[in-house]
Design a protein around this ligand. Structure first.
Ligand code: PLP
Length: 405
């Protein structure tokens, strides 16, 4: 070490990095804030049942895990092709061709670290100030956050409880205008579990045919459905060319931490997504992609077992929530969330969620975290054991009973 080292500049407490204004338009995900609060309570010795985080509580199925470990041992520890490894893109193209009944080529598939980047890339490529994006209210908060970040205008379409939280297609049609660049669909939906019907999809496809808008169809929960059929706009005649299909491995294969998702999109958008990938992450982790091939081509029984367990949990929650005075809950047909209406308790959504955590040790999300249309509701993630859910429901019932005293 040299002898005449310059002293580091004195810390200048007054310096503020000149962060651009658009960053302040990015929103967060309420689940992480609630998780942090819940962890603080646990650190104080309190018991908390976690119903806030939207990730399956199951382990990644063993054959997928083994494929990932084997890939690491076999040297899949280097960069991969930006758009995704050919073997994974071929497996995805074959899987989507089979599930959606529309021929998909590997060139149309873009592999990403989780499904979330597909929304970022699609929006970055398609919207700008002066354009509009139609999306539901309530909705997965990232959509609106990205639309605002990019300086575009969100056009919310309300989801109505009395329509099982389906989008009202007439309202959606009315929201589309010449400035609309994108319509974001999410079926089955987070946070409500609502799903589009075949008729909804057909009507929507007709409405979009006379517009310039594209569709981002977030189908990340498409395989987690109960007594329902999944209907995708991607499969509607003429819609493949206008649709970005967003899906991934996080939810149905319990692979949230592996970060593996994909988009199926027209070649011009695939090129844009590639450019954005090159400029950000270069590629998706290689061993993760090999695990993804194992997930798609291997035994699908673990998915069926997970869905069966989610159905048992849903049934328990719907039955027990509807027995609590002041709460009513529709039966979600997909995803693993419950979206009960708690307005009859007299508390706002936020107050209900805050007090429930602080007083009863149950972590849930305020429905308002998903947009103003979520006021009056809370979101319960059924990603916890039946036993813990039963205890949480006892605690919720006791908490609500306490409000009346
Ligand atoms: C509707 C929806 N889309 C996308 C995602 C993100 O998926 P991934 O973890 O694969 O990025 C989530 C995660 O909660 C989600 O609920």
């Amino acid at each position: 070490m040299g002898t005449a080292e310059a002293a580091p500049p004195a810390a200048t407490a007054s310096f503020t990095p000149p962060v651009v204004a658009s960053i302040s338009r990015l929103g967060g995900e309420g689940a992480y804030d609630v998780l942090a609060r819940a962890r603080r309570l646990e650190a104080q010795g309190r018991s908390v049942i976690h119903l806030e985080i939207g990730e399956p509580d199951f382990p990644t199925p063993p054959h997928i895990l083994e494929a990932g470990i084997r890939a690491l041992r076999d040297g899949y520890t280097h960069y991969a092709t930006t758009q995704g490894m050919p073997e994974l893109r071929e497996a995805i193209a074959a899987a989507v061709t089979a599930s959606h009944g529309v021929a998909v080529q590997p060139e149309e598939v873009v592999v990403t670290p989780g499904a979330k980047p597909v929304a970022f890339y699609a929006l970055t490529a398609l919207v700008e100030p002066g354009t509009e994006v139609v999306l539901s209210d309530p909705a997965y908060p990232i959509y609106g956050s990205l639309v605002r970040y990019l300086g575009a205008t969100p056009r919310p379409v309300h989801l109505r409880e009395d329509q099982d939280f389906r989008m009202d297609i007439a309202e959606l049609e009315a929201a589309i205008n010449p400035r609309t660049r994108l319509v974001i669909l999410n079926s089955p939906q987070n946070p409500t579990g609502g799903m589009l019907t075949a008729d909804d999809v057909a009507r929507l496809a007709r409405a979009l045919a006379s517009s310039n808008a594209m569709v981002l169809s977030d189908e990340i929960y498409r395989r987690i459905i109960f007594d329902a059929e999944h209907h995708s706009i991607f499969s509607a005649p003429g819609m493949k060319e206008r649709t970005i299909l967003m899906d991934g491995f996080s939810k149905c294969y319990a692979m949230t931490g592996w970060r593996l998702g994909y988009g199926v999109m027209p070649p011009a958008l695939a090129r844009a997504a590639n450019a954005l990938l090159t400029n950000t992450v270069s590629c998706t982790a290689t061993f993760t992609q090999i695990a993804g091939v194992a997930a798609l081509t291997g035994d699908q029984q673990p998915v069926a077992a997970m869905v069966a367990e989610f159905r048992r949990r849903r049934d328990l929650c719907v039955e027990r929530l509807n027995q609590i005075p002041g709460i009513r809950c529709r039966t979600p047909r997909g995803a693993f969330y419950l979206f009960p209406n708690v307005s009859g308790t007299g508390l706002s959504s936020q107050r209900f969620a805050d007090d429930l955590l602080a007083q009863a040790g149950v972590a849930v999300l305020s429905g308002a975290a998903f947009g103003p249309g979520g006021e009056g509701y809370i979101r319960i993630s059924a990603a916890n054991s039946l036993e813990n859910l039963a205890t949480a429901l006892d605690r919720i019932a006791a908490f609500v009973a306490g409000l009346r005293r």
